[in-house]
Design a protein around this ligand. Structure first.
Ligand SMILES: [Fe+2]
Length: 297
């Protein structure tokens, strides 16, 4: 097997001391290879010292399982290509499901337990965290809940480019709520966000949908039960923004990768005490930079 780390002048992963301090990084949608450039060495240099004990969590719309299985049950060539990329990283990749996933193929992978949560094991170091499960990593309890409604589903083909399973079932919601009350997480990772937070993120064009409305209910449940949620990460909206609402730091992620372990809300606080709402990072990056970045995997 080729020594990828040597060819790319990285640290030899076998010589790293295995993590007494697991590192938890979170980012937004990757959509197979369309938005995975943020994971290259230039934009995500932390990965040079990460080990298999450290995790990157993708907040839905992973997209690496999209073409699904061939007639003989083997993985499609394109999915294998995407998944090889993640398996070659030094860290362990976890993802929750968004709305752009092939749910039929996803369900075909074996269910295992990783860090206390039920997951589909996709590769030795790539896992899909199932809905409502709670990861226990680095002293954090991370409640994960996938699913979102596609607003372009009318233009998509059922079971080819759109799956009704994108909306969680009542049974999945109940399980998730039960886990939330039992585990009392300090971090939440979802694909969609509560509708109540849309305004804080200047997302005025959006309408409530079954998933965002259910998250409104869950937001209320968190406050009533004083669940010590510090940060609620979500993706789906293709923005990098932050806002604090009722003591919870809501973080919409797309191009940014954030280290949950080194989380410091002060970092985002302006001198007058208000929290910044960041611009979509993609707006600052010219086409040339995007292209150059893409060559550096
Ligand atoms: Fe999405």
């Amino acid at each position: 097997m080729k020594e990828y780390w040597r060819e790319n002048s990285l640290v030899n992963p076998n010589e790293l001391e295995f993590g007494t301090h697991p590192y938890v990084c979170v980012t937004g949608d990757t959509h197979a290879d369309m938005d995975w450039m943020k994971l290259n060495m230039q934009r995500f240099p932390e990965q040079k010292t990460m080990t298999r004990n450290d995790v990157l969590i993708i907040a839905g719309d992973f997209g690496g399982i999209w073409s699904g299985r061939n007639d003989d049950g083997s993985e499609s060539r394109s999915d294998d290509y995407f998944l090889k990329f993640y398996e070659m990283r030094h860290f362990t990749t976890l993802f929750i499901d968004g709305n752009h996933e092939n749910f039929s193929a996803l369900a075909s992978y074996p269910v295992v337990e990783y860090a206390g949560a039920k997951c589909h094991q996709i590769r030795p170091h790539v896992y899909h965290v199932m809905r409502g499960e709670v990861l226990h990593i680095a002293g954090h309890r991370i409640w994960c809940m996938g699913g979102a409604e596609s607003n372009d589903k009318d233009r998509r083909i059922p079971y080819k480019s759109w799956w009704p399973e994108e909306i969680p079932t009542e049974e999945e919601w109940r399980h998730a709520e039960k886990m939330l009350l039992k585990e009392r997480p300090d971090i939440i990772i979802t694909h969609e966000a509560p509708y109540k937070v849309y305004e804080a993120f200047n997302m005025y064009g959006y309408h409530p949908n079954p998933v965002s409305e259910r998250f409104d209910r869950i937001f209320g449940m968190i406050r009533r039960n004083e669940i010590p949620v510090m940060t609620w990460y979500f993706g789906h909206h293709h923005k990098d923004r932050v806002a604090e609402i009722d003591g919870i730091r809501f973080r919409c992620l797309f191009q940014k990768i954030e280290a949950a372990r080194c989380l410091n809300p002060e970092y985002y606080r302006l001198p007058d005490g208000t929290l910044t709402a960041e611009l979509n990072w993609g707006e600052d990056v010219g086409a040339e930079r995007w292209w150059n970045d893409s060559l550096k995997f």
